[in-house]
Ligand binder design. Structure first.
Ligand SMILES: [Ca+2]
Ligand SMILES: [Ca+2]
Length: 413
Protein backbone atom coordinates (compact mmCIF):
# COMPACT_ATOMS: atom_id res chain seq x y z
CA UNK A 1 0.00 0.00 0.00
CA UNK A 2 2.71 2.43 0.97
CA UNK A 3 4.68 1.54 -2.14
CA UNK A 4 1.73 1.97 -4.46
CA UNK A 5 0.86 5.34 -2.97
CA UNK A 6 4.39 6.59 -3.51
CA UNK A 7 4.35 5.29 -7.07
CA UNK A 8 1.16 7.16 -7.80
CA UNK A 9 2.55 10.31 -6.20
CA UNK A 10 5.63 10.09 -8.39
CA UNK A 11 3.59 9.51 -11.54
CA UNK A 12 1.30 12.35 -10.63
CA UNK A 13 4.11 14.89 -10.68
CA UNK A 14 3.98 14.81 -14.46
CA UNK A 15 0.55 16.39 -14.60
CA UNK A 16 0.64 18.45 -11.42
CA UNK A 17 -2.42 20.49 -10.44
CA UNK A 18 -3.61 22.27 -7.33
CA UNK A 19 -6.35 19.81 -6.26
CA UNK A 20 -6.44 18.48 -2.72
CA UNK A 21 -7.06 14.84 -1.99
CA UNK A 22 -8.66 13.55 1.18
CA UNK A 23 -6.99 10.65 2.97
CA UNK A 24 -7.87 8.35 5.84
CA UNK A 25 -4.87 7.38 7.95
CA UNK A 26 -5.15 4.28 10.10
CA UNK A 27 -3.37 4.62 13.45
CA UNK A 28 -1.14 7.54 12.43
CA UNK A 29 2.21 7.85 14.17
CA UNK A 30 3.06 11.39 13.08
CA UNK A 31 1.98 14.44 15.10
CA UNK A 32 2.20 16.48 11.89
CA UNK A 33 -0.67 14.39 10.54
CA UNK A 34 -2.87 14.50 13.64
CA UNK A 35 -2.44 18.29 13.83
CA UNK A 36 -4.07 18.50 10.38
CA UNK A 37 -7.03 16.23 11.24
CA UNK A 38 -10.37 17.13 9.66
CA UNK A 39 -11.88 14.47 11.88
CA UNK A 40 -10.86 11.46 13.95
CA UNK A 41 -12.92 8.28 14.15
CA UNK A 42 -12.36 5.55 16.73
CA UNK A 43 -13.62 2.18 15.51
CA UNK A 44 -12.86 -1.39 16.53
CA UNK A 45 -9.85 -0.39 18.63
CA UNK A 46 -8.29 1.53 15.75
CA UNK A 47 -7.96 5.26 15.23
CA UNK A 48 -8.64 6.78 11.82
CA UNK A 49 -7.58 10.35 11.10
CA UNK A 50 -8.92 12.18 8.04
CA UNK A 51 -6.73 14.85 6.42
CA UNK A 52 -6.82 17.02 3.32
CA UNK A 53 -3.53 17.10 1.46
CA UNK A 54 -2.79 19.32 -1.55
CA UNK A 55 -1.87 17.09 -4.46
CA UNK A 56 1.89 16.67 -4.94
CA UNK A 57 2.70 18.66 -1.80
CA UNK A 58 5.43 17.73 0.65
CA UNK A 59 2.69 17.03 3.20
CA UNK A 60 1.01 14.55 0.87
CA UNK A 61 4.32 12.84 0.17
CA UNK A 62 4.94 12.52 3.90
CA UNK A 63 1.67 10.65 4.51
CA UNK A 64 2.92 7.31 3.19
CA UNK A 65 5.24 6.82 6.17
CA UNK A 66 3.01 8.38 8.80
CA UNK A 67 0.46 5.65 9.50
CA UNK A 68 -0.24 1.92 9.56
CA UNK A 69 -2.31 2.32 6.41
CA UNK A 70 -3.05 5.22 4.07
CA UNK A 71 -6.39 5.12 2.26
CA UNK A 72 -7.97 7.48 -0.24
CA UNK A 73 -11.21 8.80 1.26
CA UNK A 74 -13.61 7.75 -1.48
CA UNK A 75 -16.20 10.21 -2.71
CA UNK A 76 -19.76 8.96 -2.27
CA UNK A 77 -23.01 10.16 -3.81
CA UNK A 78 -26.75 9.62 -3.88
CA UNK A 79 -28.07 7.71 -6.90
CA UNK A 80 -29.54 10.29 -9.28
CA UNK A 81 -33.31 10.22 -9.02
CA UNK A 82 -34.87 8.99 -12.23
CA UNK A 83 -37.78 10.35 -14.22
CA UNK A 84 -41.01 8.78 -13.06
CA UNK A 85 -43.56 6.71 -14.87
CA UNK A 86 -42.23 5.44 -18.20
CA UNK A 87 -43.94 3.62 -21.05
CA UNK A 88 -42.26 1.88 -23.95
CA UNK A 89 -43.72 2.20 -27.45
CA UNK A 90 -43.77 -0.45 -30.20
CA UNK A 91 -40.39 0.69 -31.49
CA UNK A 92 -38.82 0.29 -28.08
CA UNK A 93 -38.52 4.00 -27.33
CA UNK A 94 -39.21 5.20 -23.79
CA UNK A 95 -41.68 7.99 -23.14
CA UNK A 96 -42.63 9.75 -19.97
CA UNK A 97 -46.22 9.57 -18.90
CA UNK A 98 -47.83 12.27 -16.77
CA UNK A 99 -46.69 12.42 -13.16
CA UNK A 100 -49.02 10.73 -10.70
CA UNK A 101 -51.24 12.77 -8.43
CA UNK A 102 -52.12 9.82 -6.24
CA UNK A 103 -49.55 7.95 -4.18
CA UNK A 104 -49.74 4.26 -5.10
CA UNK A 105 -47.35 2.66 -2.65
CA UNK A 106 -49.54 3.03 0.48
CA UNK A 107 -52.33 1.11 -1.30
CA UNK A 108 -49.97 -1.47 -2.79
CA UNK A 109 -48.56 -2.26 0.64
CA UNK A 110 -52.00 -1.96 2.33
CA UNK A 111 -50.88 0.58 4.94
CA UNK A 112 -54.48 0.99 6.17
CA UNK A 113 -54.69 -2.70 7.10
CA UNK A 114 -51.38 -2.99 8.94
CA UNK A 115 -51.47 -3.53 12.72
CA UNK A 116 -51.43 -0.19 14.53
CA UNK A 117 -49.52 -1.65 17.47
CA UNK A 118 -46.68 -2.60 15.12
CA UNK A 119 -46.12 0.82 13.59
CA UNK A 120 -42.44 1.28 14.49
CA UNK A 121 -43.11 2.93 17.86
CA UNK A 122 -39.98 3.12 19.97
CA UNK A 123 -37.71 2.52 16.98
CA UNK A 124 -35.31 5.06 15.50
CA UNK A 125 -34.43 4.93 11.80
CA UNK A 126 -31.35 6.95 10.85
CA UNK A 127 -31.45 8.51 7.38
CA UNK A 128 -27.88 8.90 6.10
CA UNK A 129 -28.41 11.34 3.30
CA UNK A 130 -28.45 15.02 2.26
CA UNK A 131 -29.99 16.03 5.59
CA UNK A 132 -33.62 16.47 6.55
CA UNK A 133 -36.13 19.32 6.67
CA UNK A 134 -37.04 18.60 10.29
CA UNK A 135 -39.44 21.57 10.23
CA UNK A 136 -41.62 20.06 7.48
CA UNK A 137 -45.17 19.93 8.84
CA UNK A 138 -45.43 16.22 8.00
CA UNK A 139 -42.07 15.39 9.60
CA UNK A 140 -41.63 17.57 12.67
CA UNK A 141 -43.58 15.22 14.94
CA UNK A 142 -41.70 12.21 13.60
CA UNK A 143 -38.14 13.48 13.89
CA UNK A 144 -35.89 11.98 16.54
CA UNK A 145 -34.99 14.43 19.30
CA UNK A 146 -32.00 13.93 21.53
CA UNK A 147 -33.76 14.54 24.86
CA UNK A 148 -30.49 14.92 26.76
CA UNK A 149 -29.17 17.69 24.52
CA UNK A 150 -30.10 21.35 25.17
CA UNK A 151 -30.30 23.06 21.77
CA UNK A 152 -28.11 25.97 20.78
CA UNK A 153 -26.12 26.48 24.00
CA UNK A 154 -22.78 25.51 22.48
CA UNK A 155 -22.38 22.70 25.00
CA UNK A 156 -22.33 18.95 24.46
CA UNK A 157 -24.87 18.38 27.24
CA UNK A 158 -25.13 14.60 26.89
CA UNK A 159 -21.38 14.13 26.43
CA UNK A 160 -21.70 12.04 23.27
CA UNK A 161 -18.96 14.04 21.55
CA UNK A 162 -21.28 16.25 19.50
CA UNK A 163 -22.33 19.77 20.52
CA UNK A 164 -26.05 20.63 20.16
CA UNK A 165 -26.97 17.48 18.21
CA UNK A 166 -30.70 17.78 18.72
CA UNK A 167 -32.11 15.93 15.67
CA UNK A 168 -28.91 14.34 14.42
CA UNK A 169 -25.73 15.85 13.03
CA UNK A 170 -24.18 17.28 9.89
CA UNK A 171 -21.08 15.18 9.29
CA UNK A 172 -20.48 16.72 5.89
CA UNK A 173 -20.37 20.27 7.22
CA UNK A 174 -19.10 19.28 10.69
CA UNK A 175 -21.80 21.21 12.50
CA UNK A 176 -24.93 20.49 14.53
CA UNK A 177 -27.49 21.40 11.85
CA UNK A 178 -28.49 18.54 9.53
CA UNK A 179 -30.99 20.67 7.56
CA UNK A 180 -31.47 19.32 4.03
CA UNK A 181 -29.57 21.35 1.42
CA UNK A 182 -31.19 19.28 -1.33
CA UNK A 183 -34.48 17.34 -1.19
CA UNK A 184 -33.33 13.74 -1.37
CA UNK A 185 -32.95 13.12 2.36
CA UNK A 186 -36.25 14.78 3.25
CA UNK A 187 -37.98 12.61 0.64
CA UNK A 188 -36.48 9.45 2.15
CA UNK A 189 -37.46 10.52 5.68
CA UNK A 190 -41.08 11.00 4.61
CA UNK A 191 -41.17 7.53 3.04
CA UNK A 192 -40.23 6.12 6.45
CA UNK A 193 -42.34 8.10 8.91
CA UNK A 194 -43.93 11.15 7.27
CA UNK A 195 -47.44 12.31 8.08
CA UNK A 196 -50.16 12.14 5.45
CA UNK A 197 -50.42 14.40 2.41
CA UNK A 198 -54.15 15.09 2.12
CA UNK A 199 -53.99 15.47 -1.67
CA UNK A 200 -51.98 12.44 -2.78
CA UNK A 201 -52.45 10.20 0.25
CA UNK A 202 -48.67 9.82 0.52
CA UNK A 203 -47.44 8.94 4.00
CA UNK A 204 -44.74 7.06 5.83
CA UNK A 205 -44.81 3.29 6.21
CA UNK A 206 -43.89 3.43 9.93
CA UNK A 207 -45.76 6.36 11.50
CA UNK A 208 -44.65 5.39 15.00
CA UNK A 209 -40.94 5.41 14.20
CA UNK A 210 -38.64 8.41 14.61
CA UNK A 211 -36.24 9.51 11.89
CA UNK A 212 -32.72 10.64 12.83
CA UNK A 213 -31.07 13.15 10.47
CA UNK A 214 -27.53 12.04 9.63
CA UNK A 215 -26.25 14.42 6.98
CA UNK A 216 -23.34 12.89 5.06
CA UNK A 217 -24.02 14.25 1.56
CA UNK A 218 -23.43 17.87 0.54
CA UNK A 219 -25.43 20.15 -1.69
CA UNK A 220 -23.70 18.81 -4.83
CA UNK A 221 -25.15 15.37 -3.92
CA UNK A 222 -21.68 14.10 -3.08
CA UNK A 223 -19.81 13.47 0.14
CA UNK A 224 -16.99 11.40 1.63
CA UNK A 225 -16.86 7.83 2.85
CA UNK A 226 -15.30 8.90 6.15
CA UNK A 227 -18.35 11.10 6.89
CA UNK A 228 -20.60 8.11 6.24
CA UNK A 229 -18.50 5.99 8.59
CA UNK A 230 -18.69 8.61 11.32
CA UNK A 231 -22.45 8.94 10.69
CA UNK A 232 -22.98 5.18 10.98
CA UNK A 233 -21.14 5.09 14.29
CA UNK A 234 -23.06 8.11 15.57
CA UNK A 235 -26.44 6.64 14.61
CA UNK A 236 -25.67 3.28 16.23
CA UNK A 237 -24.28 4.86 19.41
CA UNK A 238 -27.29 7.16 19.74
CA UNK A 239 -30.04 4.57 19.52
CA UNK A 240 -30.91 3.95 15.86
CA UNK A 241 -31.74 0.31 15.17
CA UNK A 242 -32.19 0.65 11.39
CA UNK A 243 -29.96 2.70 9.07
CA UNK A 244 -31.40 3.81 5.71
CA UNK A 245 -28.64 4.31 3.14
CA UNK A 246 -29.64 5.74 -0.24
CA UNK A 247 -26.05 6.49 -1.31
CA UNK A 248 -23.14 4.56 -2.75
CA UNK A 249 -19.71 4.66 -4.34
CA UNK A 250 -18.34 2.91 -7.45
CA UNK A 251 -14.63 2.12 -7.48
CA UNK A 252 -14.31 3.87 -10.86
CA UNK A 253 -15.25 7.16 -9.19
CA UNK A 254 -11.81 7.32 -7.66
CA UNK A 255 -9.44 8.06 -10.52
CA UNK A 256 -6.62 8.49 -8.05
CA UNK A 257 -5.15 5.34 -6.52
CA UNK A 258 -8.38 3.31 -6.40
CA UNK A 259 -8.13 0.18 -4.28
CA UNK A 260 -10.57 -2.16 -2.62
CA UNK A 261 -8.47 -1.73 0.51
CA UNK A 262 -9.72 1.83 0.75
CA UNK A 263 -13.22 0.64 1.58
CA UNK A 264 -12.09 -1.51 4.53
CA UNK A 265 -13.24 1.16 6.97
CA UNK A 266 -16.79 1.32 5.55
CA UNK A 267 -17.13 -2.43 5.94
CA UNK A 268 -15.87 -2.17 9.49
CA UNK A 269 -18.54 0.45 10.26
CA UNK A 270 -21.33 -1.79 8.93
CA UNK A 271 -19.93 -4.69 10.97
CA UNK A 272 -19.92 -2.44 14.01
CA UNK A 273 -23.62 -1.73 13.41
CA UNK A 274 -24.24 -5.49 13.10
CA UNK A 275 -22.44 -6.16 16.37
CA UNK A 276 -24.99 -3.89 18.06
CA UNK A 277 -27.97 -5.56 16.36
CA UNK A 278 -28.47 -2.67 13.94
CA UNK A 279 -29.75 -3.37 10.42
CA UNK A 280 -28.07 -1.57 7.51
CA UNK A 281 -30.41 -1.11 4.52
CA UNK A 282 -28.73 0.03 1.29
CA UNK A 283 -29.83 1.04 -2.20
CA UNK A 284 -28.88 -1.26 -5.09
CA UNK A 285 -28.35 1.79 -7.34
CA UNK A 286 -29.99 3.07 -10.52
CA UNK A 287 -27.64 2.03 -13.33
CA UNK A 288 -29.61 -1.03 -14.58
CA UNK A 289 -26.60 -3.19 -13.69
CA UNK A 290 -26.29 -6.79 -12.59
CA UNK A 291 -24.51 -6.47 -9.25
CA UNK A 292 -23.35 -10.08 -9.44
CA UNK A 293 -21.17 -9.16 -12.42
CA UNK A 294 -19.43 -6.03 -11.30
CA UNK A 295 -15.97 -7.31 -10.39
CA UNK A 296 -14.49 -4.83 -12.90
CA UNK A 297 -16.14 -1.91 -11.11
CA UNK A 298 -17.57 -2.88 -7.72
CA UNK A 299 -20.07 -0.68 -5.92
CA UNK A 300 -20.41 -0.29 -2.16
CA UNK A 301 -22.05 -0.60 0.30
CA UNK A 302 -24.49 -2.72 -1.75
CA UNK A 303 -21.68 -4.84 -3.16
CA UNK A 304 -20.27 -6.15 0.12
CA UNK A 305 -20.49 -9.87 0.74
CA UNK A 306 -20.83 -11.74 4.01
CA UNK A 307 -22.47 -9.00 6.07
CA UNK A 308 -25.53 -10.53 7.77
CA UNK A 309 -27.02 -7.16 8.77
CA UNK A 310 -26.88 -5.74 5.21
CA UNK A 311 -30.15 -5.59 3.25
CA UNK A 312 -29.73 -4.38 -0.34
CA UNK A 313 -32.89 -3.14 -2.06
CA UNK A 314 -34.02 -3.04 -5.70
CA UNK A 315 -36.90 -0.88 -6.97
CA UNK A 316 -40.23 -2.11 -8.33
CA UNK A 317 -42.90 -0.19 -10.22
CA UNK A 318 -46.66 0.03 -9.79
CA UNK A 319 -47.13 -3.30 -11.62
CA UNK A 320 -44.61 -5.04 -9.31
CA UNK A 321 -42.15 -5.23 -12.20
CA UNK A 322 -38.47 -4.31 -11.93
CA UNK A 323 -38.15 -0.54 -12.36
CA UNK A 324 -36.29 0.14 -15.60
CA UNK A 325 -33.37 1.79 -13.81
CA UNK A 326 -32.88 -0.59 -10.88
CA UNK A 327 -29.68 -2.54 -10.31
CA UNK A 328 -30.29 -6.20 -9.50
CA UNK A 329 -28.61 -9.56 -8.92
CA UNK A 330 -29.80 -12.30 -6.56
CA UNK A 331 -26.29 -12.73 -5.16
CA UNK A 332 -26.34 -9.26 -3.65
CA UNK A 333 -29.82 -7.74 -3.72
CA UNK A 334 -32.17 -9.15 -1.08
CA UNK A 335 -35.61 -7.75 -1.91
CA UNK A 336 -37.50 -5.34 -4.13
CA UNK A 337 -39.81 -2.57 -2.92
CA UNK A 338 -41.82 0.23 -4.56
CA UNK A 339 -39.34 2.81 -5.89
CA UNK A 340 -40.93 4.25 -9.00
CA UNK A 341 -43.10 7.40 -8.85
CA UNK A 342 -42.99 7.62 -5.08
CA UNK A 343 -44.61 10.74 -3.66
CA UNK A 344 -43.08 11.98 -0.40
CA UNK A 345 -42.03 15.06 1.53
CA UNK A 346 -39.61 17.67 0.16
CA UNK A 347 -38.42 20.87 1.90
CA UNK A 348 -40.82 23.78 2.34
CA UNK A 349 -43.92 21.79 3.39
CA UNK A 350 -44.18 20.26 -0.09
CA UNK A 351 -44.59 16.80 -1.57
CA UNK A 352 -43.03 15.51 -4.78
CA UNK A 353 -42.71 12.34 -6.83
CA UNK A 354 -39.24 10.81 -7.16
CA UNK A 355 -38.05 7.52 -8.61
CA UNK A 356 -35.06 5.44 -7.60
CA UNK A 357 -33.75 2.64 -5.42
CA UNK A 358 -33.23 5.62 -3.08
CA UNK A 359 -36.98 5.56 -2.43
CA UNK A 360 -37.29 1.75 -2.17
CA UNK A 361 -34.55 1.72 0.48
CA UNK A 362 -36.29 3.87 3.16
CA UNK A 363 -39.49 1.95 2.45
CA UNK A 364 -37.72 -1.26 3.47
CA UNK A 365 -35.98 0.48 6.37
CA UNK A 366 -39.32 1.73 7.70
CA UNK A 367 -40.93 -1.68 7.18
CA UNK A 368 -38.13 -3.29 9.19
CA UNK A 369 -38.74 -0.73 11.96
CA UNK A 370 -42.33 -2.00 12.05
CA UNK A 371 -41.00 -5.57 12.25
CA UNK A 372 -38.71 -4.62 15.11
CA UNK A 373 -41.67 -3.05 16.92
CA UNK A 374 -43.31 -6.49 16.66
CA UNK A 375 -40.26 -7.67 18.63
CA UNK A 376 -38.87 -9.79 15.80
CA UNK A 377 -35.22 -9.08 16.57
CA UNK A 378 -32.84 -8.15 13.75
CA UNK A 379 -32.26 -11.59 12.18
CA UNK A 380 -35.97 -12.46 12.15
CA UNK A 381 -36.87 -8.99 10.88
CA UNK A 382 -34.72 -9.63 7.80
CA UNK A 383 -35.55 -13.31 7.28
CA UNK A 384 -39.30 -12.81 7.56
CA UNK A 385 -39.20 -9.98 5.02
CA UNK A 386 -37.58 -12.38 2.57
CA UNK A 387 -40.02 -15.21 3.34
CA UNK A 388 -43.15 -13.09 2.94
CA UNK A 389 -42.13 -11.43 -0.33
CA UNK A 390 -44.44 -11.87 -3.31
CA UNK A 391 -42.46 -14.07 -5.67
CA UNK A 392 -42.56 -13.60 -9.42
CA UNK A 393 -40.68 -14.95 -12.44
CA UNK A 394 -39.72 -11.37 -13.24
CA UNK A 395 -37.66 -11.23 -10.06
CA UNK A 396 -36.23 -14.76 -9.70
CA UNK A 397 -32.72 -13.90 -10.88
CA UNK A 398 -32.89 -10.29 -9.77
CA UNK A 399 -33.36 -10.49 -6.00
CA UNK A 400 -32.61 -13.20 -3.46
CA UNK A 401 -36.15 -13.26 -2.04
CA UNK A 402 -37.54 -13.65 -5.56
CA UNK A 403 -39.94 -10.75 -5.30
CA UNK A 404 -41.35 -7.58 -3.79
CA UNK A 405 -42.03 -6.91 -0.13
CA UNK A 406 -45.48 -7.57 1.28
CA UNK A 407 -46.32 -6.22 4.72
CA UNK A 408 -49.60 -7.80 5.84
CA UNK A 409 -48.00 -11.25 6.26
CA UNK A 410 -44.71 -9.69 7.35
CA UNK A 411 -46.36 -8.10 10.36
CA UNK A 412 -48.62 -11.05 11.20
CA UNK A 413 -47.39 -13.60 13.76
CA1 LIG B 1 -24.32 15.89 22.30
CA1 LIG C 1 -26.28 21.65 23.84
Amino acid sequence: MKGSLLAVLALGLVGANAQAERYILKNPTSSLVTAQAVKTIELGGDRYVVVNAPRFSAFEASLADSAEKVMVDYKIGVPATKPGHQIQDAKGAWWWDDKPTKAWHPDKLKYAELPADRDGTGRIVAVLDTGMDYNHKALKDHVWTNAKEIPGNGIDDDGNGYVDDVHGYDFEGNDSDPMDGDAHGTHCAGVIAGGQDEISGARGVAPGAKVMAVRIIGNEQTGFMSDAVEGIKYAVDNGATVLSNSWRVYRSWSTYNPSDENIELMRKAIEYAGSKGVIFVAAAGNESKNMDRMSDDPMWPGGYEGLTNLVVVAASDEDDKPAYFSNYGSGHVMVAAPGSDIISTVPGNKWQSMSGTSMATPLVAGSIARGLSANYGPDRAIAKMMETSVRSDLWTTKVKSGGTIQLTDYLRD
